[in-house]
Ligand binder design. Structure first.
Ligand SMILES: Cc1cc2nc3c(=O)[nH]c(=O)nc-3n(C[C@H](O)[C@H](O)[C@H](O)COP(=O)(O)OP(=O)(O)OC[C@H]3O[C@@H](n4cnc5c(N)ncnc54)[C@H](O)[C@@H]3O)c2cc1C
Ligand code: SF4
Ligand code: SF4
Length: 667
């Protein structure tokens, strides 16, 4: 007969189930011996084995015993809890007893996969099973708590990843707050003229999406803004956002540019960031014609009024909408959201770190991003490929892997540089009569239509030289070489050194994590790789989730990616965020810490130790209090508490001692 679900005081009748996991476990552990051994353990009523315990028949075996055989505690000896603890808890709960009257012994990862000798593996499996059986008798009935979820989603970073996620979520009817730190959304893609491999116009596919973001009734767009602080937990985040002053009233400005035309500076006086410093902008400016929102911004450092307090303010006078407001102040806004998507993108490698390529030394050495602006119809030269001296190059060298696949800079492959180098080679050949030389280490073109694009470049007569470039100099050996850049490399195809004089050198700089990735990571409680890319929860099974529930990743902030992969991942992140907010609630694991008030001395040691800021002090009572919604059950406070006042569900002292005794009594 079935026992009641939560009877804490009933005599335990334990069911033990030993899994073969095919030959994963059975190949190393004597299943019969372990199953027989279990029968000798205290309180064990039945002990059975089965080929695949996680299968439906395996679970039914447990459920049948619970219902018909009076089993009120369950132990499964199989794989890792990460894999199937939830499966067996559900099966146990469905049969009518509390799902936490269950314990798992990991005899696969901890035993069969790591123990060479079969006899030793069998003995180890018995010890672990013995420990699980002892502890399960002391298990308590626990309930999962449900907390309501806020339906809004925050997206941080308005590149193509953030834009795509925002539109996907907004189209489903949920409200999105998109926070972008620059004065416009668009990210890197807004800088490109064409995109590989189809060579479609980047602006034609991106700018309509940017306008949709601006117009969408379900999207609030905060540009020129940054997240300052995040509190809370999955489903209920409280976020503080700092909105920098534009000194222009966003609701009034219509982007007519009259103010820019009338600025006291007749010409640009500051390096234009969007054009990679290839031309100048005024203190009042719009980053590029299709910027979204289409609103100007005043740079306080170069504006006379804001930096010196003295200017005729011709811009303000020229604005019919009276949109300019020199008194605008920074604002801190507080919002609540249920889920967060981080899509903060990447930065490009700074080639000053590879001085052998002459960037910053020779005028005609460019980065790829600079050339993206140079070939862009709305760039500083209107799309004409001309160098700083105003001449068209007749020969161009493109050096791949600058700051990628190099132990001295970045070990990783930046994934997009081969393809964008081919794209730039094509665009330069299309607009000039140049000979173009690509110096590459390996050609990596694994995307859809990418290899075909490479073939097209070969047919167009672009030269390909395999070998890492040693250096770029201006050391002419003949009068014809005067004024040229000399590229020296080893041609590994023919096994000889090459020395090629060219007019222009383009460095295909790699992709790196953002400068402030570590600060952002800390703020959102997620982790980063050593090189700063945000880490996904699982590279294969949870590629857009993070270690913090409710925080998801999209795009190149997680690692170098091209636009198709970025958009695909942004869609996945949007789906995960929607799955969370649409469910309407989150279930909290009950393995949280708790404080026994009578024992707590109020010393606060636990408060500073908790990595999830889950503990506060009840000032009236003078004791520590755990917020169950924030607690992740890491147990740090329990180990810290000098008074023994902090405890943790599922890891109570007596349960842990029983487990240890279980192992030791066997040994
Ligand atoms: C030279 C070059 C050429 C390329 N050409 C192509 C191509 O032709 N085809 C192709 O498929 N791919 C190309 N790529 C790759 C492409 O740029 C990326 O796939 C794409 O930009 C990734 O988009 P994203 O939104 O993840 O990142 P990003 O474009 O970097 O956007 C990130 C956004 O987040 C914002 N942000 C960052 N930090 C914060 C913060 N803390 N708070 C708020 N906002 C923040 C940034 O300002 C930015 O707007 C190229 C890359 C380079 C370097
Ligand atoms: S460390 Fe222990 S005693 Fe000190 S405040 Fe925390 S729970 Fe109380
Ligand atoms: S168990 Fe970990 S997360 Fe929970 S309160 Fe203690 S220290 Fe914080």
């Amino acid at each position: 007969m079935s026992t009641n679900g939560n009877g804490q005081n009933e005599k335990p009748r334990i069911g033990v189930y030993v899994c073969h996991c095919g030959i994963n476990i059975a190949g190393k552990v004597s299943i019969d011996e372990v199953t027989e051994f279990a029968k000798s353990l205290p309180n064990v009523a039945v002990s059975k084995e089965y080929k695949f315990m996680c299968s439906d028949p395996g679970q039914e075996l447990i459920q049948k015993d619970i219902k018909e055989n009076g089993i009120n505690r369950v132990v499964v000896a199989s794989c890792s809890p990460l894999m199937h603890e939830e499966t067996f808890r559900k099966a146990t709960g469905a049969a009518g007893i509390n799902p936490f009257y269950f314990q798992m012994a990991n005899i696969r990862e901890h035993v069969s996969w790591v123990t060479k000798d079969k006899a030793a593996a069998t003995e180890k499996a018995k010890a672990l099973l013995g420990a699980a059986v002892r502890r399960v008798s002391l298990h308590q009935a626990l309930e999962k708590r449900r907390v309501k979820v806020h339906p809004d989603v925050l997206i941080v970073g308005g590149g193509i990843a953030g834009i795509h996620s925002a539109l996907t979520i907004a189209d489903s009817g949920r409200h999105v707050l998109l926070v972008e730190r620059e004065p416009t959304i668009g990210g890197h893609m807004a800088m490109f003229d064409k995109t590989f491999p189809t060579l479609d116009c980047a602006a034609c596919i991106l700018t309509p999406k940017m306008s949709q973001v601006k117009e969408h009734p379900n999207i609030t767009l905060w540009t020129y803004s940054e997240v300052e602080k995040v509190d809370g937990y999955a489903g209920n985040f409280k976020v503080k956002v700092r909105r920098k002053p534009r000194y222009v009233n966003e609701d009034e400005c219509v982007g007519c540019m009259m103010c820019v035309d009338h600025c006291v500076y007749k010409k640009g006086n500051v390096n234009d960031e969007f054009n990679q410093g290839l031309d100048k902008r005024k203190p009042i400016f719009i980053p590029f014609p299709q910027a979204t929102p289409p609103v100007v911004v005043i740079d306080p450092e170069s504006c006379l009024q804001l930096s010196k307090g003295k200017c005729k303010q011709l811009c303000a006078e020229a604005c019919e909408k009276h949109a300019i407001d020199f008194n605008q102040q920074e604002e801190i806004k507080e919002v609540e959201v249920g889920a967060i998507i981080l899509s903060t993108g990447f930065k490009t490698f700074n080639p000053m770190r590879t001085p052998q390529y002459g960037y910053g030394k020779y005028l005609n050495v460019y980065t790829s991003l600079e050339v993206e602006r140079l070939v862009n119809a709305s760039g500083p030269t209107g799309g004409e490929v001309i160098m700083r001296n105003g001449e068209q190059p007749k020969s161009v060298a493109i050096i791949h892997c600058v700051g990628s696949r190099d132990h001295k800079t970045n070990k990783h492959c930046s994934r997009v540089c081969c393809m964008y180098s081919l794209k730039l080679a094509h665009l330069i050949k299309e607009r000039t009569e140049s000979e173009v030389y690509n110096f590459y280490i390996d050609m990596r073109t694994p995307g859809k239509g990418y290899e075909e694009f490479y073939d097209r470049l070969l047919e167009e007569g672009t030269h390909f030289i395999r070998g890492r470039v040693a250096e770029v100099t201006d050391w002419a050996l003949t009068p014809e070489e005067e004024g040229k850049l000399i590229v020296r490399a080893e041609d590994t195809m023919v096994g000889m050194p090459r020395r090629i004089p060219v007019d222009m050198v383009i460095l295909s700089v790699g992709l790196e994590a953002q400068e402030d990735a570590d600060d952002v990571r800390r703020m959102f409680g997620i982790s980063c790789s050593k090189t700063g890319w945000f880490t996904e929860r699982h590279p294969k099974l949870a590629p857009v989730s993070t270690a913090t529930d409710g925080v998801f990743l999209a795009g190149a902030c997680q690692g170098p990616k091209d636009i198709p992969d970025t958009v695909a991942q942004a869609g996945a992140a949007a789906a995960e965020a929607l799955a969370l907010v649409d469910r309407g609630y989150v279930e909290l694991e009950p393995n949280t810490a708790f404080i026994v008030e009578e024992d707590c001395s109020g010393c606060k040691s636990c408060i500073s130790m908790c990595p999830y800021t889950a503990i506060t002090r009840d000032e009236e009572k003078g004791v520590a209090v755990v917020n169950e919604a924030l607690c992740k059950g890491c147990g740090t406070c329990v180990a810290t508490c000098p008074s023994g006042a902090a405890h943790q569900n599922l890891f109570l002292d007596e349960q842990i001692y029983a487990e240890i005794e279980g192992v030791l009594s066997y040994v």
